[in-house]
Design a protein around this ligand. Structure first.
Ligand code: NAD
Length: 261
């Protein structure tokens, strides 16, 4: 259902963003990948897309903590697609788990820049073009930490709560233009971001990697298993379908029952 549509997915060189890009390509969208990665990884990723789907795939390098890079990213996208993108997935991010009293101030600035300011800057630049198209889908990857918090994740929660508000406001601003704007609120997904936390848990608790995975997840998620990136990607594909035209301003938990406890 996405033939002829163009999707820009930030943080798409790994994890959730990469799975979302695959989910959209599978349905016919042209993909613009962006995120960190060396030349070898990028050419492997591009090859994978072009061999699996008939889609066009481009990669644009940008460090989203820098507004100059965001401007260059926007200019490069416009060079490829003068009418802009139809689907904008603001997904790039990471976590730094640390108490507020010990939190490095430059880390606060970077978390805010990458996960709150970058979605703002990209939405600001792409919305006018989407309005002209009269159709659009905007998603921002928040987290369960966009709804609740955990000790050590106050800063992460602050930015993840922030994008929930940003998406709600945008949803109302674009409602008359065929554009929806929603956030995704995943629990533990098995990606490099989580693997870093698991390694820390292994060290703190003196347990095996396998045990740490089970303990960390089952402590929070009643389903006791990781969420697969593809579970999120399939939901995004649905949001990009005509059947999701009435879903806007939502913050969708995909968290194995975590929030029901
Ligand atoms: P990941 O490490 O697999 O992917 C993160 C992506 O963001 C990578 O492509 C990376 O290059 C990119 N990125 C990071 N900093 C960047 C920067 N400064 N500029 C440009 N790109 C940058 O992690 P993931 O788990 O797939 O995370 C994706 C999103 O999902 C993040 O926003 C994260 O907070 C959120 N999230 C993850 C989980 C989880 O359990 N993994 C749960 C809830 C929310």
């Amino acid at each position: 259902h996405l033939d002829g549509k163009v999707a820009l997915v930030t943080g798409s060189t790994s994890g959730i963003g990469l799975a979302i890009a695959h989910g959209l390509a599978k349905r016919g969208a042209s993909i613009i990948l962006t995120g960190f990665g060396d030349e070898e990884l990028i050419s492997k990723l591009k090859e994978d897309f072009t061999s699996k789907y008939k889609c066009r795939v481009d990669y644009i390098d940008a460090d989203l903590s820098k507004v100059a890079d965001i401007n260059e990213l926007f200019t490069s996208v416009i060079k490829l697609y003068p009418e802009g993108v139809d689907v904008l997935i603001n997904n790039a991010g990471y976590n730094h788990v640390c108490l507020v009293e010990e939190y490095p101030e430059e880390k606060w600035d970077d978390m805010v820049a990458v996960m709150l300011s970058a979605p703002f800057h990209l939405c600001k630049r792409f919305i006018p073009l989407m309005k002209r198209k009269g159709w659009g889908r905007i998603l921002i990857t928040s987290s369960v930490h966009g709804m609740i918090s955990t000790a050590g994740k106050a800063v992460y929660s602050a930015v993840k709560h922030g994008v929930v508000g940003l998406a709600k406001g945008i949803a109302l601003e674009v409602v008359d233009y065929g554009i929806t704007c929603n956030t995704l609120c995943p629990g533990f997904v098995d990606t490099p971001v989580t693997q870093k936390q698991i390694k820390q848990f292994v060290q703190d608790e003196g347990i095996s990697l396998e045990q740490a995975k089970v303990d960390l997840v089952s402590k929070r998620q009643p389903t006791k298993t990781f969420i697969e990136p593809e579970h999120i990607a399939e939901y995004v594909a649905f949001i990009c379908s005509p059947y999701a035209a009435q879903i806007t301003g939502s913050a969708m938990p995909i968290e194995g029952g975590w929030l029901s406890k």
